[in-house]
Design a protein around this ligand. Sequence first.
Ligand SMILES: Cc1cc2nc3c(=O)[nH]c(=O)nc-3n(C[C@H](O)[C@H](O)[C@H](O)COP(=O)(O)OP(=O)(O)OC[C@H]3O[C@@H](n4cnc5c(N)ncnc54)[C@H](O)[C@@H]3O)c2cc1C
Ligand code: SF4
Length: 495
Amino acid sequence: MADPKGFMTTPRQDWPRRPVEERVKDWGEVYVPGALLPIISKQADRCMDCGIPFCHDACPLGNLIPEWNDLVSREDWRAAADRLHATNNFPEFTGRLCPAPCEAGCVLAINQPAVTIKNVECSIADRAWEEGFAPPRPPERLSGKTVAVIGSGPTGLAAAQQLTRAGHTVAVYEKDDRLGGLMRYGIPEFKMEKHHLERRIEQMRAEGTKFRTSTAVGREIGAAELRSRYDAVVIATGATAWRELPVPGRELMGVQQAMEYLPLANRVCEGDLETSPMSAAGKHVVIVGGGDTGADCLGTAVREGAASVTQLDIYAQPGTERDEDAEPWPTYPKLYRLSAAHEEARELETAPAADADARLFAASTLRFTGDADGHVRSLHLVEVDAQRRPLPGTGRTLPADLVLLALGFSGPDRGDGLIDQLGLELQPRGTIARDAGFATNVPGVFAAGDAARGQSLIVWAIAEGRAVAAAVDRYLTGSSRLPAPISPYDRPMTV
Ligand SMILES: Cc1cc2nc3c(=O)[nH]c(=O)nc-3n(C[C@H](O)[C@H](O)[C@H](O)COP(=O)(O)OP(=O)(O)OC[C@H]3O[C@@H](n4cnc5c(N)ncnc54)[C@H](O)[C@@H]3O)c2cc1C
Ligand code: SF4
């Protein structure tokens, strides 16, 4: 570190967001462009180089955080980019989208605001692209082995890049018309502009990875046929089978799944559609589900011009401070967090019923009622205790012309037939079963990412992609020098 007292003299400063009034009028990222670079070296200098960096362990990729903090504090961007790319294929994705469990594990966070690790990561990645420090790295020689990767989300892309660089000939099969998985159709543009995705895909093409879009394995091409054409297959198809809300009125028009709604907004941003056929414009919107997908619906509905937006969370409102007994440092605590979308909702007072921002906590949906045309018009809810028992006298009704269900995902979607055609064994919760080496019960077929781990995060997906690549490389060649940051059994740090 350039200044050993940086953590005592420099307060934490996050990447400033654009004013709410300005940013909700467009789909661009919420941050002030160019505002990170002038502050980031001083922020990196807050790293104490504590000696036992729990941030390493808290990051599934094992990112070398103190090392690149030091390099950024000294403005050695090239070396910082090298160290960052040594553990993370796509730091511009995690630098924008990761909830940063590393910051919860930062030693400084024991009694001060953590180092802005995620911001440092993002600035290194962006600077690397600006300065040309992230060139394509094609392999020096080919192995003669072929690998099919099914799915182009962060897991599939990371696996494909690692395997291509190791010399294997890799084709990525993707059923959507564009690459990127949930980062393309799911995560809104205001969280990550898609040109970041395009740039990486171009890098991968230049390295030799082949992409086949609009090709659902199991439908457009038989899974067994694919298996016979390649030396190894990696299944990275995600976990997109959504959870349902079986309450009266669910069948009404206007009660939609979040993942029916969000991709349409992505398509507007891509230029495929003028407006979304499910647009929230002028509608009273209620989002059922308090997680990040719900928050993405919130930010999207605000930008589409909803008349009102409320988000329901079945859990009680968490506190703003870590509960040291229940969730001690360095675990990732459940806290009341104000995402960019919630900040927008609070400032614009979008919700007709919520108190602080658009969220109603400890709220359980009882039923929906509709009009004579069968369209939803109201949502009826009740407050619940920690055991989800209704509290008498707390019933209320919200206006609702569009209800978005954001209740999470139960496992991989089986509609394409891939799982059945290969005869893959599943875990009791519906995800694809695999052994300690990421291998499924079918020889030469490996599974990684949300499809096998269950609904997770991009940082875990990239770690899965890197680790499965090492396993496949070993399977194909007998040994591997590729890094494997996690095992299939690793889980986030908990008490
Ligand atoms: C709305 C939303 C917002 C999120 N926001 C964040 C966030 O901000 N930060 C974060 O860390 N995580 C976030 N997540 C979670 C994160 O996106 C996932 O954990 C991650 O994308 C999983 O990566 P994956 O590659 O395993 O699967 P996916 O990203 O789901 O990719 C799987 C791909 O496989 C393709 N596919 C499926 N079946 C077939 C087939 N038969 N043939 C060919 N292709 C197939 C799919 O079309 C898809 O492109 C979010 C999730 C959602 C739903
Ligand atoms: S990937 Fe996530 S956990 Fe890892 S260093 Fe970046 S922000 Fe932290």
